[in-house]
Design a binder for this molecule. Sequence first.
Ligand code: NAD
Length: 462
Amino acid sequence: MKAHDGMYIDGAWRPAAGGDVIDVVNPADEQVIGQVPAGTALDVDNAVRAARAALAGWAATPPAERAARLAALRDGLVARAEEIAETVTAELGAPLKLSQTVHVGAPIAVAGSYADLAATYAFEERVGNSTVYHEPVGVVAAITPWNYPLHQIVAKVAPALAAGCTVVLKPAEDTPLTAQLFAEAVHEAGVPAGVFNLVTGLGPVAGQALAEHPDVDLVSFTGSTAVGRQIAAIAGAGIKKVALELGGKSANVILPSADLARAVNVGVANVMSNSGQTCSAWTRMLVHRDQYEEAVELARTAAAKYGDRIGPLVNAGQRERVRGYIHKGVAEGARLVAGGPEAPRERGYYVSPTVFADVRPDMTIAQEEIFGPVLSILRYEDEEDALRIANGTVYGLAGAVWAGDEAEAVAFARRMETGQVDINGGRFNPLAPFGGYKQSGVGRELGHHGLAEYLQTKSLQF
Ligand code: NAD
């Protein structure tokens, strides 16, 4: 795969300060497919300086012009769609069709939505005798994970640019090639030098230096709760704004009146897609005790269909982590009905689609984010019991409710402690705010709520 051996800083690819590199590995065959520079604090400092220097000009650029650059960026992503999809497949391991439709399709839609929003957003309003200006927060540090490499980047960079902020991006070390393609598209879209900068590198080195940098105004982070907690502490100490999108353990609640087969099939597909590496995945399926065994059989059949169709996990560490959770589920007494901890192939970081039944709410596999193709099916007695179980984790990112009557599902969803709920299989909406209740995060991404994260207000009184 093509890889730049420099950093995209101040409008050009520049040599990295140090000589260390990161190998990029194809998780399907364990082959090294490229190398990118491992950035240091010096690279981060250069990038933040460039972003600071470009801030005043970009913030003063009329929103219509920022919208035009974002529209050009969207068009650039469309033009490169195939190359990006192949790159996501190579470095993440996602099947090519998934890369094309989801990993590239969704961020193109999101980039387009911010081109529209930049042009139409009310950056100025009257409140009584005041004019309130919604101004850019400043220099943004964007730290992104590998699970949806392009989407996570676009969901931060596009609203930041729409708001008039400048950005330094530190993408995940497993998927830096997609980030380099994104930087090329930004460059070709005519975004001025310094407005967007890319520093590849290790989290505890480049990521930490970026979060700690005194000239960063806002840190937007997506990833693990452990690192999110550190970032929040660093941001707190520096009085920086912070947005965190962390993990989830979302509940798929199937009420007795639901179309059981559809709810189970869509639920299994939701968990297995992207090999379970989705923060909003419905990893806990809640079924009424009278329908429980039927649901387990349906899930077993559905999981078997995924056998050869899911990709590997992103790296050996993630595979071991997921296998560890499967062992733990067995040890704690859950019933394995599909899959298991054994490696299904000789090469590649694969884990079989796995389904556990007889999962109790207090088991580790019902509480912790596994980030692999592992579904836990829990039994509930009545609706109140289902609600207690659904709300009984530290997380609150997403979820689903299925019922014969939409109003019944909505009434249940309103009582769930979570940021998004899909009703009877509702479709992804790139304009709907996405983000967590409880320990799933702070702040929202997407749509105008996502844009507002990158704005601060100034009131003038008359
Ligand atoms: P991670 O939190 O370690 O990495 C996410 C990003 O943070 C990467 O860019 C990484 O380089 C960076 N980072 C790591 N340490 C840092 C530090 N000290 N300071 C600043 N930046 C740092 O996540 P991971 O190791 O890739 O995945 C581990 C687990 O995180 C997964 O198993 C999953 O549970 C969770 N995760 C969640 C999401 C999500 O979308 N919510 C995405 C990926 C991973």
